[in-house]
Design a protein around this ligand. Sequence first.
Ligand SMILES: Nc1ncnc2c1ncn2[C@@H]1O[C@H](COP(=O)(O)OP(=O)(O)OP(=O)(O)O)[C@@H](O)[C@H]1O
Ligand SMILES: [Mg+2]
Length: 260
Amino acid sequence: MNGQEQVILSVQDVHKHFGGLKAVNGVSFQVQRGKITGLIGPNGAGKTTTFNIISGFYRPDAGQVLFNGARIDGLPPHRVFHHGLCRTFQISRELKLMTVMENLLLVPAGQKGENLFASWFLPGQVRAQERTLRAKALEILEFVGLAHLQNEYAAGLSGGQKRLLELARTMMADPQMVLLDEPGAGVNPTLMRRIAGYIRSLATDRGITVLLIEHDMDLVMNVCDWIVVMSSGQKLAEGTPDQVRQNPAVLEAYLGGQNR
Ligand SMILES: Nc1ncnc2c1ncn2[C@@H]1O[C@H](COP(=O)(O)OP(=O)(O)OP(=O)(O)O)[C@@H](O)[C@H]1O
Ligand SMILES: [Mg+2]
C-alpha cells in the first residue's frame, strides 16, 4: 500500500459556524486505515461538530471530507453510512422499549447489505437470512459481553451496558470505520478497561478503523495510535500519545478550558 491508500479519511480545511460562533474553524487531519485515532480537546472545542460533519449530519460551510478518496461532505447520513462509515447513537426512547437482540436486528444492512428484494419472493431465504442475522447479532453480543442480556429490554440496562449496546449496534453494520463519541462517558473504571479492550480489538482483530472522541485521558492514551487535539474550533496539535502528553500547548488549552 502506498501512503495515500493508508489514509481512509481526510478532513480538509473544514469550517462550520452557528450564527456568529465558529464551532469548527479550518480543521484538517487524516485518519490512517486500521488505526485508532483520538479526537480530544476541552469542552466546546468543536469535536462533536466535526463528527457531525464527517457523518453527514451537518454540511460544512467550507472544506472537504474524503472517505476512501471520495467526497462525502454534504452527503446525507444514510449515504455516508452506505460508504461504510458509521457513528454510534444513544439508544433512543423507541429502542429502549425493545430487547437487546431486537436492537441489533433493527440495524439497517450496511455496505455488505443483502438484496432484500429477492428474498421477499423466496420465503425460505428470508428464514435463512433471519437465522444468519441472529447468529451474527449473537456473535457481536458475545464479543461485547451482553449475550446473557439478549432478551432484556434495553431500558433496563445500566449506563455502561447501554454504551456497549451502542457499540454492538455499530458493529452490526460491518463498517469500515466507526466514529465513537465518548464511548466511556458515565462508565465505571472496570467497564472502562473492558471498553478499551473492545476498541483495540475492533482495530486489531476486525480491521475496523476507529476515530473516537473521549475525555478520559487514560482511555485515550492507552488505546490511541494517533491523537488530534482541537481547541476553540481549530486543530491545536497532533501526534502520538507521548508527543501529545508532552506538548505544553495541550495542557494549557485544557487548563484554560476549565476556567471558562
Ligand atoms: N447545533 C448547534 N447550534 C449552535 N451552537 C452549537 C451547536 N452545536 C454546537 N454548538 C456550539 O459549538 C461549539 C462546539 O461544540 P461541540 O459540541 O462541537 O464541542 P465538543 O468539543 O464536542 O465539546 P464537549 O467536549 O463538551 O462535547 C460550542 O460552543 C457549542 O455550544
Ligand atoms: Mg462533544
